[in-house]
Design a protein around this ligand. Structure first.
Ligand code: ADE
Length: 238
């Protein structure tokens, strides 16, 4: 997958690209990340990329010309490549959208700042306006990294264990069951006996029961969408 990021703070992506799983994904040619500095496309002699809003009001608005030229400079390997504008005004990001985006060979991100970008840029190039949640960040760079992290781990070969992404419980509408590792006893707390039993069927049932219970308590919105089978109802009644 080719990922292009339009930003006025390209240096924010250095550690993100150069570390851990993302770095390995790039080395393995699973993902190609191209960070484009919008300011380099400004025709202003001071490389300005923002201006006062028409109609007045606080803050600055990102001007359309440098963004448009930066967008045009991107090599399009897919003419249908979605262009994601990160903004608190957007639809909320979730696993379904990550899965949808991970199907494209190319995804473009536009990171906004200040009071946002000129509406004509949104109308011309943006296909999705996406928000991480109902809170306001200083810019779209961190949300872009969150989304790129989330969708890249869905790409085949990105994670060491091929099953780990598809088995994510959130994809199936459930929260995760609790996990334990060594030592067996920590601060007077022991690992649940069933996990040491070696009985895979009992372990599966215990995990399913814990995941169902946690989802019911913490996320009734998700729980109410589940299609519970007979075994689930028995596990929940215990
Ligand atoms: N930019 C500023 N705040 C944001 C948010 N909550 N989600 C996405 N982009 C943003």
């Amino acid at each position: 997958m080719k990922i292009d990021i339009l930003t006025i703070f390209p240096e924010m992506f250095n550690d993100f690209i150069g570390t851990s799983i993302m770095k390995r994904g790039i080395q393995k040619n699973i993902i190609d990340i191209n960070v484009v500095n919008i300011r380099n496309f400004s025709r202003d002699k001071h490389k300005k990329a923002d201006d006062y809003p028409y109609g007045g009001g606080p803050g600055m608005v990102m001007t359309p010309q440098p963004i448009y030229d930066a967008y045009q400079s991107i090599e399009k390997i897919d003419i249908k490549a979605p262009c994601i504008y990160l903004t608190p005004q957007g639809e909320h990001f979730n696993q379904n959208l990550a899965e949808e985006l991970s199907q494209y060979p190319q995804v473009i991100f536009l990171c906004g700042h200040y009071e946002g970008v000129d509406q004509r840029i949104i109308d011309k190039i943006v296909t999705h306006e996406v928000s991480l949640g109902d809170y306001v960040l200083t810019g779209g760079e961190l949300p872009a990294m969150v989304i790129i992290d989330c969708l890249s781990r869905l790409l085949p070969g990105m994670l060491g264990n091929e099953n780990s992404a598809t088995e994510d419980s959130i994809s199936s509408g459930l929260l995760e069951f609790p996990q334990y590792t060594r030592p067996y006893e920590f601060l007077d707390q022991k690992v649940p006996e069933v996990l040491l039993s070696g009985n895979h069927e009992e372990i599966r049932k215990w995990r399913r029961g814990e995941a169902l219970l946690k989802t019911k308590m913490r996320r009734p919105d998700l729980f109410n969408k589940l299609n519970l089978n007979k075994e689930d109802r028995i596990l929940l009644s215990k």
